[in-house]
Design a binder for this molecule. Structure first.
Ligand SMILES: Nc1ncnc2c1ncn2[C@@H]1O[C@H](COP(=O)(O)OP(=O)(O)OP(=O)(O)O)[C@@H](O)[C@H]1O
Ligand SMILES: [Mg+2]
Length: 275
């Protein structure tokens, strides 16, 4: 199953949840691939630490994007020939977290304009990764940047089977974009990818000592009955520390509350998806 992590709001925990759910699934003996589909490359740094990957999603996309019959053809991007295309295997790396990663790099941001220009590219990630991911992994999780209309998110929605929307119980505003993500999923599922569905919202950064956090959890459960994971992720200093050490919380402090919840969440996800 291929899952996209999407919320247009920044800082809600898309990357943290991508990497830690992936590590949780791996701890349950699932074969897991993380695709870092965000040119900020935060998932890459969390899962690979100091290791600098040789090839990344940048190389893979550059080698395969459709030429643009563009409005701006006066300065066309020099696109590679088929001979320069590279294999997906050469862009995938094992990590100490038991999951593989297709990493990203900040260079990828330079491809956005050309990719966006030609709608044939919206299916590019799907064409590149889908059958490989289905054959080699039980779960593939695609981390996305904090936006909705950008080409990265469109490509992820066209490539995925399901979308998880992480929200932060620390911010009322992280709920505001939810209906637009939901509407985008509906649209893509009608037009470009009939397999796509909204799986669950994931409530992150829960601090039940605060009434604001409690209220957000209640609001979410009312607004999306049966569409939120039962398991929530607590706001936990171990998660912040793990980020500083560029690792998962499962690796940094496997006994922490957050690590326990991520393992439970992996179980809930496996149950939901009959994995
Ligand atoms: N459960 C949590 N407890 C404590 N801190 C958390 C938790 N989840 C995420 N964080 C912290 O919140 C910050 C934002 O998290 P993260 O980078 O995962 O969000 P994001 O949605 O991927 O951000 P962006 O939109 O920029 O991609 C990070 O510093 C992360 O360590
Ligand atoms: Mg992120």
């Amino acid at each position: 199953m291929i899952i996209g992590m999407i919320n247009a709001k920044g800082g809600v925990g898309k990357t943290t949840c991508t990497c830690n759910i992936a590590a949780g699934l791996a701890s349950r003996n699932k074969r897991v691939l993380v695709i870092d589909n965000d040119p900020q490359a935060n998932a890459t740094s969390l899962l690979l630490g100091d290791q600098v990957p040789g090839k990344t999603l940048y190389d893979l996309l550059l080698g395969s994007m459709e030429e643009d019959p563009s409005l701006f053809s006066a300065e066309p991007t020099a696109l590679p020939s088929a001979a320069q295309r590279i294999s997906i295997e050469s862009c995938i790396y094992p990590t100490i977290h038991g999951v593989d990663i297709l990493p990203n790099s900040t260079d990828t941001a330079t491809l956005e304009f050309d990719l966006y220009q030609n709608a044939a590219n919206y299916g590019l990630l799907r064409r590149l990764i889908r059958s490989y991911a289905q054959e080699n992994y039980d779960y593939t999780i695609i981390d996305c940047p904090p936006t909705l209309g950008a080409v990265w998110v469109i490509m992820a929605m066209v490539a995925a089977d399901a979308i998880i929307i992480p929200v932060s119980a620390g911010s009322r505003m992280s709920l505001d974009g939810l209906s637009s993500v939901y509407a985008a999923v509906e649209k893509i599922s009608q037009k470009a990818n009939t397999e796509l569905k909204f799986l669950r919202a994931l409530i992150n950064k829960v601090d039940l000592r605060t009434s604001a956090s409690k209220l957000i959890v209640e609001t979410m459960r009312k607004r999306f009955p049966d569409r939120c994971f039962d398991t929530t992720i607590p706001a936990c200093t171990a998660v912040e520390q793990a980020e500083i050490f560029r690792t998962t919380v499962l690796k940094h402090d496997g006994a922490s509350n957050a690590a326990k919840r991520f393992r439970l969440l992996a179980d809930e996800l496996i149950g939901l998806t009959h994995g």
